[in-house]
Design a protein around this ligand. Sequence first.
Ligand code: SF4
Length: 686
Amino acid sequence: MSSENEGVETICPYCGVGCGLTLQEGEEPGEVSLKPWFDAPVNEGALCIKGGASPQVVNHEDRLKTPLIREDGEFREATWDEALELTVSELERIRDEHDPDAVGFFGSSKVMNEENYLLQKLARRYGTNNVDNCTRMCHASTVYTLRQSLGAGAMTNSMADLESHGDVYWVQGANPAEQHVIAHSNYFRRAVRDGATLIQVDPHANKTSRDADIHLQLEPGTDIPLLNVVLHTILEEGLYDEDFVKERTRGFDHLEATLADFDAAAAADTCGVPLEDIQEAARIYAEAENGAIFTGMGMSQHACGVDNVQNEVNLALITGNVGRPGTGVNPLRGQNNVQGTCDVGAMPNVLPGYQNVDDDEAREAVESVWGFEIPPEPGLTNVEVSNAIGDSVHGLYVMGENPVMSEPDALEVEKRIADLEFLVVQDIFMTDTAEFADVILPATSWAERGGTVTNTDRRVQRMRKVTDVPGNTRHDLDILCDVGTRLFGSGFDFDGPEAVFEELREVCPIYHGMTYDRIGREGIQWPCYEPGDEGDQYLYADSFDTEDGLGVVRGVRHQAPDEVPDDEFPLVLTTARLEEHYNTGTMSTRSPTLRRKTPENFVDVHPADAANRGIEDGEYVVLRSRRGEIVLEANVTEDIKEGVVWTTPHFSDARANTLTNDVLDPLAKIPEYKAAAAEVEPVGEG
Ligand code: SF4
């Protein structure tokens, strides 16, 4: 770490690329400025517009600066003692009047490993596994499939090895040039410049498409038929890796049987993509020396998200593109600690290190460190908790999350949240969710505290405090320690994040070999089982982490989205993020630079659909689905296919999730954000 007058090296608070940057404190506490960290391990000093603007939210005038308690429908300022006592007494009351499963705990991928670790420990000490985080909304299906079929719910490879060894990049349902900007500019674009081929599969032409050699612009929700055409072509033309299939996989016969009577022409028609274009892409990937798949929320956020990702696994396994540098199935994770939040066990079915909560041996090992019994049955996911409000759930502890904006069918979520007996929100800004809280606990921002975060390629990195805590705020870690100690007396008395990390590594085998000192400036990629392990740049060189060591191939069939267009809602609505904004916009929409670039929400409409409805470019329109409507600006563009409309989830005053469908993937419980029936029309014609 640099000396104090040179600034402090830390990690960007936005996306999962995990770029390093240097922060310097200004004259006044809270004032921070940024300069490049030139030898940062992931980004070598480069930052995107979001990272560059990230200090703007630290000393922002909207920061919550003192605890608030709702009284007679209004918030009043409170002392920490009052706010925490009320929180603890309400949690105790709900447990006494109902049971521990009557409360849900939402962790956050914006929050550090140590804090999410403490939140899930708090939930389990309280007596429930109802603890989850926003990975449920982005990559729950990816994590599920990768765990089942390969072994670990994470990127198989690393950005660095992919850049230097990859020949073909297959990017499906992701737009890294916009959403993982430095991964794209520092790794993918350099590789393409050096001769690698970039194939993108996405319903929306975007910044990544501009660098792509092939863009397969499919209809939303047709990823399975498209990949089945790819797999069918590879099987028909004998392009699969027979030795790898025989020695390293099981289930190939299931894939063959699934595709035995496959009609490739009809499937290509369903996708709205010429058959020969898909076949050409299939041959390029299958014949590459090293082919790497990148997967994003365009794949995961479907009711068939698990099967979507399984088909990517099928493609990688039958062509032998796993277990070497430059290959693999690589989810591009959303937030700067979404990987770590899952790693440390803030999920209802797993303990730290992805140890199943219903595995007696794993549970007992963690219990021996924690000193209390952990409930043996998996809990509810965050959407299930939300759906159970008023039924079995009566209280909610939300740390750094914003479910009123992030969950699908937002108007219904809002009604349910308003029905809670008790809601406590711990955050740095007033959010759409905090508006409904009984208690608000003001936390410190990313620049005011230290800890670790884990990026998209499993690299655990340290974040460091640069400036003092504003007003009457407290670190998330201190708040959780205080709540835990008030509730249980012991087990939550930690002297800072390093002490928490030391306990975490005792119960999390994949982090066991790490210490703060060893993480240092470079970070360490898990798995790091023992002190001295270097961590792994890529996984599965010799075997998979499945019971028999084999990778699982499983054929899957097309499942149309839950809602398909009809006379009333003849369009398909799909959503995705922008370069200059970030998820529910809590931070990014408060940044003057980012807000100036894109000040409000908009909807992309194809020129033919616009003409049919009398919509002009730049005009305000009503976008509606069965669940509600929002008013926003129309962007008439050929970037989207006819019959499809596209918008973003970032803006509170035109909330895309008012419109989205809350149907879930049955296994991973991720909502289908990417396809809903919709209609758009000029304002005033509804
Ligand atoms: Fe931050 Fe991601 Fe941009 Fe890097 S690419 S600066 S981590 S938002």
